[in-house]
Design a protein around this ligand. Structure first.
Ligand code: PBG
Length: 328
C-alpha cells in the first residue's frame, strides 16, 4: 500500500480545506434521511417522549407540523409507528384501518404527494403481552405470526404506504409479506426488511415511546445475538432472496462491521437505523457538554461511510437543516 515514509506523506492530501473537500469520500444528504414518527389516537396530542430529546408522540391531526418541517428541510421520507387505542392477544389493532398508522398514511399520502411513506410492521406495539408475534403454548409461534404480519402489511398498503418495514424477525416473513402484496394488487409496494436486527438494550427508550416492552421474557428467540456477525449476514441475505427491496441493519452504530460486510455481498441498498438508545447517548452527552454538537452529524456520516444508502434517524430534520448550512 504505497511507499513508506518519507516518500509517502499522507498529510499532503489533507494540507488545506480545498484538497480535503476535493478528496472527501462520504457525505450525508437530506434525501438519504428517514424520519420516524410515533402516532397516537385522539386529537390535539403532541406529547414529548421524556427520554428522547426532540421526539414527540403525535395524533394524526397534529403530525403535519413535524412532517412539514421535515419536508421543508429536504427530508422526504417517513417511517410510521403506531400506539393503538386497544391491545389484545393477537394484535388486532395492527390491521385495523381506523387506527393511527392507517389514518396517518391515508392523510399523508393525499396531502403530501412528494413524500415517501414507510410503515413499521410488527405486533409488539399492538399485543397485550408486548411480544412481536402470537403466543401459542407460551412461545412465539413463527408461522402463525406470519399470517398476522401479512395482514398488517396489506392494511398499510391499502392505506397508502409506499413501503412496509417488517421489524419482527420471524423466519419467512419477507416472502409471506411479498406474496400477500402481490396477490392483493400491490406489486409496487416495496419491502424494507429489518434484515439484521440485533436483540439490543439500545431499544430501551423506543419501548417507552411506543409502549411496547414485553410483559414477560425478552426478544432473544427472534432478534439476533450481538456477538454474531455471520448469523446476521445469513439472516439478511435470506431476506434478499425472499424479495426484500432494502435491507435495514440496527442498531447502526454497533453494527458497522455488519453493514460493511453486507454491502460487499448484496446488490440491494442498505439502511442503517440510528436507534433510540444511540440518539439518547449522543444527545445526553452533547447536552451535558461532554462532546461538541458536531458529534451527532459525525456519527451519521460514519454510518454512511460504512455503506448505508439510507439512514433512519430521530434527528433527520435537524441534520438536514445543519447540512444545508454547512454541507453534509
Ligand atoms: C419493533 C421495533 C423496535 C424498534 C423499531 N421497531 C423495538 C423493538 O424491537 O423492541 C426500535 C427502534 C429504536 O430503538 O429506535 N416494532
Amino acid at each position: 500500500m504505497g511507499a513508506p515514509f518519507p516518500l509517502s506523506r499522507p498529510r499532503r492530501n489533507r494540507i488545506n480545506p480545498v484538497i480535503r473537500e476535493m478528496l472527501r469520500e462520504t457525505d450525508v444528504r437530506p434525501c438519504n434521511l428517514v424520519l420516524p414518527l410515533f402516532l397516537v389516537p385522539g386529537n390535539g396530542v403532541s406529547e414529548p417522549v421524556k427520554s428522547m430529546e426532540g421526539v414527540f408522540r403525535w395524533s394524526c391531526d397534529m403530525v403535519q407540523r413535524p412532517v412539514e418541517e421535515a419536508l421543508e428541510s429536504g427530508v422526504r421520507s417517513f417511517l410510521l409507528f403506531g400506539i393503538p387505542s386497544y391491545k389484545d392477544d393477537t394484535g388486532s389493532s395492527a390491521d385495523d384501518p381506523s387506527e393511527p398508522v392507517q389514518r396517518a398514511l391515508e392523510d399523508m399520502r393525499s396531502r403530501y404527494p412528494e413524500a415517501y411513506l414507510v410503515s413499521d410492521v410488527c405486533l409488539c406495539e399492538y399485543t397485550s403481552h408486548g411480544h412481536c408475534g402470537v403466543i401459542r403454548d407460551g412461545v412465539i409461534h413463527n408461522d402463525g405470526t406470519l399470517e398476522r404480519l401479512a395482514s398488517v402489511a396489506l392494511s398499510h398498503a391499502r392505506a397508502g404506504a409506499h413501503a412496509v418495514a417488517p421489524s419482527d424477525m420471524m423466519d419467512g416473513r419477507i416472502i409471506a409479506v411479498r406474496k400477500a402484496l402481490e396477490s392483493h394488487g400491490f406489486p409496487d409496494v416495496a419491502i424494507w426488511s429489518y434484515a439484521a436486527k440485533f436483540a439490543s438494550a439500545f431499544y430501551g427508550p423506543f419501548r417507552e415511546a411506543a409502549q411496547s416492552a414485553p410483559s414477560f421474557g425478552d426478544r432473544k428467540s427472534h432478534q439476533l445475538p450481538h456477538f454474531n456477525r455471520l448469523e446476521a449476514l445469513r439472516d439478511a441475505l435470506m431476506d434478499e432472496d425472499e424479495g426484500a427491496d432494502l435491507l435495514i441493519v440496527k442498531p447502526a452504530g454497533t453494527s458497522l462491521d455488519v453493514i460493511r460486510d453486507l454491502k460487499d455481498r448484496t446488490m440491494l441498498p442498505i439502511g442503517g437505523y440510528v436507534v433510540s438508545g444511540e440518539h439518547c447517548m449522543l444527545k445526553d452527552a452533547i447536552g451535558a457538554g461532554h462532546m461538541d454538537k458536531s458529534a451527532y452529524l459525525e456519527y451519521h456520516q460514519c454510518v454512511r461511510r460504512a455503506g448505508c444508502s439510507v439512514i433512519i434517524t430521530y434527528g433527520a430534520t435537524e441534520l438536514a437543516r445543519e447540512i444545508s448550512v454547512q454541507g453534509g
